[in-house]
Design a protein around this ligand. Structure first.
Ligand code: AKG
Ligand code: FE2
Length: 345
């Protein structure tokens, strides 16, 4: 079985794009991380008379949840879920364990730095090479067990971290399966296609802990530059502090407001392809904050990397060519935003 980490090994990054800023020793925003005043015209649009929160908040215990999810996927490619069954004390634990990790001195975190061909560990976002400026961000990526890295960080006290990460990944997997099942039912696709997306056998997932330290000049820094998530579905815990924004054609960058206890769910590239563009592509970014250190936790889920992705067989005129999931991920690692247009049919 090929894993997601093996796919990433084929597209190595340079050290320069992996090592985050040393936030312990920095006073201001260095030139290398100073972005031009971005999106001036779009920010003006944000002030127009629109509801603050465009993204629907869906209660999973609502009998109409499935229809609401289907509508949200078609309109925005994004929604928030509440009453999802993930224990709130586990969410609190993952927040505190993430804080414990990012509070370590930089030189200690760098002991588990992601290797150039690696997929897991501490480091800058994988999208860094596609931007001239650095991001006000540090991350820690986990795929499956994180015990090797945790033992390096806390030789005598690693279990608590690992247990929390394992339990959280388990909960995310269950919730993702539930949501994908609902989404696929609204698409009215075959059982075989449902199995492709939600079978646990060989499916791939990653847990991404994101840290955005408070920033002295937030209007010239960016936490995460605009991107789309590559796999099928992403579940994000915003950590109680606003920062996530998504791009709406004609409306510009809109905030996804924190809703207590909710997860933000967004469509990834593979589901955009499978839905034959019925579900829009969700370009999003994270902005930073002058006074607060924000931590978010993203869970990405995808099908086996050796399987094929293509628009569902129910679509008469497929907009995309069929290819292996690992081929798509490799195109994305090389061409980023262009990857989707390269597979247009
Ligand atoms: O931190 C956030 O709000 C966004 C995180 C994100 O987009 C990601 O990890 O892919
Ligand atoms: Fe993302």
């Amino acid at each position: 079985m090929t894993t997601l980490s093996e796919v990433y090994r084929n597209d190595p990054m340079t050290d320069h794009h992996i090592i985050p800023l040393d936030f312990d020793s920095i006073d201001g925003v260095p030139e290398s991380h100073t972005w031009p005043p971005f999106d001036e015209p779009l920010n003006k649009i944000q002030t127009c008379d629109l509801p603050d929160s465009l993204i629907p908040v869906i209660d999973l215990t609502n009998s109409k949840a499935m229809n609401l999810i289907g509508q949200a996927c078609e309109t925005w490619g994004m929604f928030q879920v509440i009453n999802h069954g993930v224990p709130s004390d586990l969410v609190k634990k993952i927040e505190s364990e993430s804080q414990r990790l990012f509070a370590l001195p930089t030189h200690e975190k760098c002991r588990v730095l992601r290797s150039t061909g690696g997929a897991t560990g501490y480091g800058s976002a994988r999208i860094s090479p596609f931007f001239d400026k650095g991001m006000w961000h540090e991350g820690f990526t986990i795929m499956g067990s994180c015990v090797d890295d945790a033992k390096v960080l806390w030789p005598h006290d690693f279990q608590r971290f690992c247990d929390t990460m394992d339990a959280y990944q388990n909960q995310m997997k269950q919730l993702t399966q539930k949501l994908l099942l609902m989404i696929f039912q609204t698409l009215d696709v075959t059982q075989e296609e449902i199995d492709w997306a939600i079978s646990t056998h060989d499916s791939q997932s990653a847990l991404q802990l994101n840290s955005y330290p408070s920033c002295p000049n937030p209007s010239h820094a960016l936490g995460l530059a605009p991107h789309t998530d590559s796999l099928l579905l992403t579940l994000l815990h915003q950590g109680g502090i606003n920062g996530l924004e998504f791009f709406v054609e004609g409306l510009g960058w809109r905030q996804v407001y924190v809703v207590d206890g909710a997860f933000v769910v967004n469509i990834g590239d593979l589901l955009h392809i499978f839905s034959n563009t019925k579900f829009p592509i969700v370009s999003h970014r994270a902005v930073v904050n002058q006074s607060k250190h924000r931590i978010s936790v993203a869970y990405f889920h995808g099908p086996p990397v050796e399987s094929r992705v293509a628009p569902s067989a129910k679509f008469q005129n497929p907009c995309f060519k069929s290819l292996l999931v690992k081929e798509y991920l490799s195109l994305k690692s090389k061409h980023f935003y262009e990857a989707l247009s390269l597979i247009r049919s």
